[in-house]
Design a protein around this ligand. Structure first.
Ligand code: SF4
Length: 302
């Protein structure tokens, strides 16, 4: 193997390892093949060797830097954070490039017509129209409160999930439970602060026992997130999990086939990927999500 190929490989492994470490994965029980008579016992050993012995410190390899500023969550502090539109791009020239592009599935054709947004819409006017909503039966099935989209409403990057869970229903914000903590880690691993992106759900009320929203419930609530997309005008939407992807894109393709390929949703790039709650059950899928998020990050920086 050429030295340049080896360097690229090490850089790629190092980036993967750093991401997994960001997400709290300390060790993966992955057996690697023997190489030239010397057995490497685990990916963790490779990680330690690459990160701590052979490689320069992470700050020198061009990974996106986390802002050092301490950010308070919530309240007026959010409004003073910069939009992603004005974010200084990370140093593309030294960013390790993926070594092997995975063949992508063809983009899925979206059959649903765009739902028109009122030209006078604002996030505030949409919320006012939602009001104390009883448009679907989820309003009668034990919700504590309606969970609206939060974050930066001028962001280039938006995350959309399926519906609030128990923590979100209690706190009134999307993605604040364990899965939400993991989503925050993913956002930060991409080089952003959570408050720099917009985060919402297709359904705004918690379904009982965390069941999937039913078609009539999604049909009642979906127009609001579509109108918010029209107001926010994100450059990229990351749609989290099969249910959200199917309900947003109006397709039934399995998420395992949808993920990893940008879908064109009437001019907005949509990257379907696994839901953070799924990653909590199957941490090995974090690598797939990181591959998807690298594509999103690269598109935002292009
Ligand atoms: S899920 Fe949406 S449509 Fe149904 S009651 Fe809640 S806010 Fe209204």
């Amino acid at each position: 193997m050429q030295m340049s190929e080896l360097s690229e490989l090490i850089a790629d492994v190092r980036e993967q390892v750093l991401f997994l470490q960001e997400l709290g994965v300390d060790a993966l029980d992955v057996r690697l093949p023997e190489a030239e008579g010397e057995r490497v016992d685990s990916l963790q050993m490779v990680a330690e060797a690459v990160v701590f012995e052979k490689a320069p410190p992470p700050a020198d390899i061009g990974l996106p830097k986390r802002p050092t500023e301490t950010v308070k969550r919530g309240g007026s502090r959010i409004a003073s954070l910069p939009s992603l539109r004005s974010r200084t791009p990370v140093q593309n020239n030294i960013m390790p490039k993926p070594t092997a592009a995975k063949p992508a599935d063809e983009p899925v054709k979206v059959d649903a017509p765009p739902e028109p947004a009122g030209s006078a819409d604002t996030i505030g006017s949409i919320r006012a129209e939602i009001g104390d909503c009883t448009r679907c039966k989820l309003s009668q099935l034990g919700r504590t409160q309606i969970v609206h989209t939060t974050g930066n409403f001028q962001a280039d990057l938006m995350f959309i999930g399926e519906a609030p869970g128990a923590d979100e229903d209690e706190q009134g914000s999307p993605f604040v439970g364990r899965a939400g903590k993991l989503l925050t880690d993913i956002i930060m691993a991409m080089g952003f602060q959570r408050e720099q992106v917009a985060i919402g759900n297709i359904n705004r009320c918690r379904p009982p026992a965390n069941r999937k929203p039913e078609p009539d419930e999604t049909a009642a609530c979906r127009p609001f997130i579509l109108r918010e997309i029209a107001v926010i005008k994100p450059k990229v939407i990351v749609v989290l999990g099969a249910t959200a992807a199917h309900n947003l894109l109006q397709v039934s393709t399995p998420i395992s086939r949808l993920r990893g390929t940008f879908q064109d949703y009437f001019g907005v790039k949509v990257m379907p990927t696994f839901h953070p709650a799924y990653l909590l059950r199957d941490p090995h899928k974090k690598r797939d999500v990181w591959e998807d998020m690298k594509k999103v990050r690269d598109l935002l920086e292009s």
